[in-house]
Ligand binder design. Structure first.
Ligand SMILES: *Cc1c(COP(=O)(O)O)cnc(C)c1O
Length: 217
């Protein structure tokens, strides 16, 4: 089932769009099924679960942290994480930089922007985003690869379109307003319910869970 779902999703997205298989709450067995079908990039939203899975599953998996990250937990994932999607404060960025330095690494990150109507979702405002980008030069052990955002959970496609358009606008705006390296190339938007719209609006990375692994409890 998982392998068939992956095949269908791969067919429906352009080859230039990176697929992150969101495996939160799913077993190692399920993850291995996706792995056997060729999937190598997996996303988790909890540090504890991420470190347990990383320790037991194949070492060529690229682990992405997609959930809110507390500063005191950065140290546990700094040795291996390949992309952190959820940088939502200057504080967490500076801690990632420090822990990356300790591990003699440069860690790729995305800045998470608040684009949804709901208050509950984490993310930077447009002003905070610009502030972080202005001080980004001082962090030599992080590489800011782009932006991430989550649209409102809604049936209203027009609303979702508007939110993704706004994130794409900010992404392009960052490139013109700030002196960013060419590696600022990643726009992480789109989940099971809205990845089609996200890709239309310029997403380069989709994070898909339930459409691959089935619904979560
Ligand atoms: C859970 C999660 C996803 C995947 O959600 P699905 O609707 O299951 O595809 C994507 N992004 C983030 C940040 C998540 O927490």
């Amino acid at each position: 089932m998982i392998a068939a779902n992956l095949t269908l999703i791969r067919k429906s997205i352009p080859s230039t769009v990176t697929l992150v298989a969101v495996s939160k709450t799913k077993s190692n067995e399920d993850i291995m099924e996706a792995y056997e079908a060729g999937q190598r990039i997996f996303g988790e939203n909890k540090v504890q679960e991420l470190i347990e899975k990383q320790a037991t599953l194949p070492k060529d998996i690229e682990w992405h942290m997609i959930g809110h990250l507390q500063t005191n937990k950065v140290k546990y994932i700094a040795p291996f994480v390949s992309l952190i999607h959820s940088v939502d404060s200057n504080k967490v960025l500076s801690v990632i930089n420090k822990q990356a330095q300790r591990n003699d690494r440069v860690i790729d990150v995305l800045l998470q922007v608040h684009i949804a109507e709901e208050d509950a979702k984490f993310g930077l405002s447009k002003t905070e985003l610009n502030e972080i980008l202005m001080s980004a030069d001082s962090y030599v052990n992080v590489n800011i690869r782009g932006l991430m955002g989550m649209a409102t959970f809604s049936e209203n496609n027009e609303l979702i379109e508007k939110e993704f358009e706004f994130l794409k606008f900010l992404f392009e705006n960052c490139k013109t307003k700030h002196d960013l390296p060419r590696s600022f190339d990643t726009l992480s938007m789109g989940m099971s319910g809205d990845y089609g719209i996200a890709i239309e609006k310029g997403s380069t990375m989709v994070r898909i869970g339930s459409h691959i692994f089935g619904i979560r409890n």
